[in-house]
Design a protein around this ligand. Structure first.
Ligand SMILES: [Fe+2]
Length: 413
């Protein structure tokens, strides 16, 4: 959120929380599932000994492309889990497990199985399987029941394709109804992924919040079949569950990958206030983190993959300029802008300000356009659609009524 001074921050955060409370009171249901107040969330995991084994969320797909895709799901009890998959709908004859660590296969509740060496452009059919670990003795493990997810499929995107398209959502702020609402404005359009550019939540409370406010609406709508990519905003760094949050995702940090004519670079911009601000109570270290991100970006812009791509798109929650004078915003300009200019970036996509806006390139500042999505209130929410070919990048930003409120065309020089 925009941070002009501390008073503004506190007032706006109170307003956000009040909105969230009234929203939750409404008893909204998504996908037949009541949205629970995270404060009153059900106990998770092995606390529920009397229940049978259940899939609490998923499967949901995440990827950074490169013929690899991760399938994630959550069970209510510890289990041995795997994915059965193949290129035929009738016969999924391959089996993949989560990553072994020190020779041990995972045996928990939060599952992430990565399928590698996939065939470019092929359709894969898969199902998730979990077998309950009922009793875990040193020399005798007893399995309970097995649960299997419904068959699903996805296309392994060919990274050599001629064009790429995706949509960006940002600043949902614990309003899960916004996810289907905005994505339905793009219904029927082909896309390679959905990108969440931070602040899906106000702050991290518990697992149930992650399920109800993101994973369930995503799985209901698209994520069984189409991957999402997600980078943290400043709000995902807050709350008592912020240190557990990344376990629910294949990846939520910085990344770079090539898809079609575009080199994508994702930066994690951290918090918006100074590390010494009392609300962080001395347990954050984002100045150092942003400097590390900048060093990584410096290496990335020197890479062959970055230099040889027809286009370079950078996605980061706090924009590298135009988001006020708070410490984090100013530090983003300081550490990232010179590198983005040096790397001749073609486009930056951001959120954070809660005011949608298209900023044209400026020779004295950002040499590239910065497109900022809006949100989270009704009337200010946006979905930003991007399509890139070898010749051009087209950006179209729609508000939540479906009206185009911003557009931009980057042509190959
Ligand atoms: Fe935000």
């Amino acid at each position: 959120m925009p941070t002009i001074n501390n008073v503004t921050i506190i007032m706006k955060e109170h307003a956000l929380k009040a909105n969230r409370r009234s929203f939750l009171k409404g008893g909204l249901a998504i996908g037949g599932m009541a949205l629970l107040n995270p404060q009153k969330a059900l106990a998770t995991g092995n606390d529920r000994q009397d229940e049978g084994l259940k899939i609490l969320a998923g499967p949901y797909l995440q990827t950074n492309f490169g013929n690899s895709i991760s399938i994630l799901w959550i069970t209510n009890k510890n289990a041995a889990s795997w994915v059965e998959y193949g290129t035929s709908a009738e016969n999924q004859d391959q089996k993949a497990f989560g990553k072994s660590e020190l020779g041990l296969k995972p045996a928990g509740r939060i599952n992430c199985v990565t399928l590698d060496h996939l065939k470019p452009g092929a359709t894969y059919y898969y199902k998730i399987v979990s077998k309950e670990i009922k009793d875990f003795q040193p020399y005798k493990l007893t399995y309970g029941e097995t649960v299997t997810g419904a068959p699903a499929s996805f296309i392994n995107t060919d990274t050599a394709k001629d064009s790429v398209s995706f949509v960006m959502l940002n600043d949902i702020h614990d309003r899960p109804r916004s996810i289907p609402h905005l994505l339905n404005l793009d219904k029927g359009n082909q896309k390679d992924f959905v990108f969440f550019n931070g602040d899906v939540f106000d702050y991290q409370t518990d697992e149930q919040q992650i399920i109800d406010h993101m994973l369930q609406p995503c799985t209901d709508l698209f994520a069984k079949n189409l991957p999402f990519i997600y980078v943290r905003g400043n709000h995902e760094t807050r709350g008592k569950f912020a240190r557990d949050f990344s376990a629910y995702f294949q990846h939520v940090g910085h990344a770079a990958f090539t898809l079609g004519p575009v080199r994508f670079v994702i930066l994690d911009t951290g918090e918006d206030k100074e590390d010494t601000h009392p609300v962080y109570a001395g347990i954050v270290d984002f100045d150092v983190y942003r400097q590390e991100q900048a060093r990584w970006l410096e290496q990335e812009i020197r890479s062959k993959a970055f230099k040889s791509a027809p286009f370079r798109i950078v996605m980061m929650h706090i924009p590298p300029r135009y988001s006020g004078n708070a410490h984090g915003a100013v530090h983003c300009t300081e550490v990232f802008e010179p590198l983005l200019n040096k790397g001749k970036v073609d486009l930056v996509l951001s959120g954070h300000t809660h005011r949608y806006k298209v900023h044209a390139p400026d020779k004295q500042a950002n040499h590239y356009p910065i497109i900022i999505g809006g949100g989270p209130q009704e009337g200010t929410r946006t979905i930003t659609r991007v399509t890139a070919t070898k010749k051009e990048i087209r950006v179209s930003m729609l508000d939540d009524s479906g009206k185009e409120v911003g557009s931009y065309l980057v042509s190959k020089k």
